[in-house]
Design a protein around this ligand. Structure first.
Ligand code: ATR
Length: 291
């Protein structure tokens, strides 16, 4: 636990990072720099590329160097949940961590993805999520992060499909609302009816492509949301357009909102997000990876 001695010198700029693989194109350093400037907080926020086998060692090194907090991204969110000494209630429910907060005895793990998504959908995009019949595609770390917050936001029934059905079952079990949460086989997707909210939480577009999605999943009221942004969000959002979905939303707003929530956990100040979001949106054409 020597990595977690109190950080002695308050004159040192507070150190934060995002840890992922790949991470070079992460927007988080720029977002946190903008929040720091806006709130007058001096901080350093870097990107640390950690292959899975090096994650634990690089995180320990970061702690030993005085790191006060980190964002955790693909593919480490579930691993990070296992190395924390404490977990927030929402991180525990998600079984996935995107925010580490230094404590004297180790890392506290939190998950700000879900609240970030809900805030983006309801406040930025003005959607009323209540009673929306919802389809969640994917059951990995990203899906785990957002599912509890969607349920808390009052969606209707939640159907979960995943390439590996056991992971959909495990996520449904963890959510512990059997009357409301229904794991289904991806191959049966054509018989599930129509949905008012469809969330793509797979990393399929980054790999060998999106699973085939029937047009009949969408209706004229549907909001289709991809948790990624930039090029990897394009196939799903193009499908949503072709299927006639009313709203087509990528994960850029969620990224900014989850960052604001993490920033608040670390600095106890809530940054304003609209200007940062607009600035990033303008440069969207340059964005190539999700965070
Ligand atoms: P993340 O943190 O992005 O969720 P993850 O935990 O590796 O990363 O999960 C990736 C998700 O994308 C999973 O739901 C995965 O399905 P499996 O559980 O079957 O692996 C899904 N996924 C990745 N590539 C896919 C593909 N080509 N087709 C369908 N689903 C895919």
């Amino acid at each position: 636990m020597s990595n977690f001695a109190a950080v002695a010198n308050p004159a040192v700029v507070k150190r934060f990072a995002v840890i992922g693989h790949p991470v070079a194109h992460s927007l988080s350093p720029g977002i946190h720099a903008a929040f720091g400037k806006q709130t007058g907080i001096a901080l350093s926020y870097t990107a640390i590329d950690a292959a899975p086998e090096h994650f634990d060692a690089l995180l320990a090194e970061f702690a030993a160097e005085g790191g006060l907090g980190a964002n955790i991204t693909l593919p480490h969110k579930t691993r990070a949940a296992t190395i924390c000494t404490t977990l927030s209630e929402r991180a525990r429910r998600a079984g996935a961590v995107n925010t580490l907060i230094r404590t004297p005895t180790g890392w506290e793990g939190d998950n700000t993805d879900g609240v970030g998504l809900v805030r983006d959908l309801t406040e930025r995009h003005g959607l009323d999520l209540r009673q929306r019949r919802t389809l969640l595609i994917g059951a990995g770390g990203a899906a785990r992060g957002v599912a509890p917050a969607l349920l808390d936001a009052g969606i209707g029934d939640l159907f979960i499909v995943n390439r590996t059905p056991e992971r959909a079952d495990a996520l449904a079990d963890a959510l512990a609302q059997p009357g409301r949460v229904h794991p289904r086989y991806l191959r049966d997707i054509g018989s599930l009816g129509t949905f008012d909210l469809i969330v793509n939480a797979t990393s399929a577009a980054r790999a060998d492509g999106l699973p085939a999605l029937p047009m009949a999943l969408a209706n004229p009221r549907t909001a289709a949301v991809d948790l990624s942004y930039g090029e990897v969000a394009i196939p799903f959002l193009a499908w949503a357009r072709a299927a006639g979905a009313h709203d087509r939303i990528d994960g850029l707003g969620m990224l900014v909102e989850q960052a604001a929530e993490s920033f608040q956990r670390w600095h106890h100040v809530r940054p304003e997000t609209d200007a940062v979001f607009e600035e990033l949106r303008e440069h969207r054409a340059e964005l190539v990876t999700a965070d």
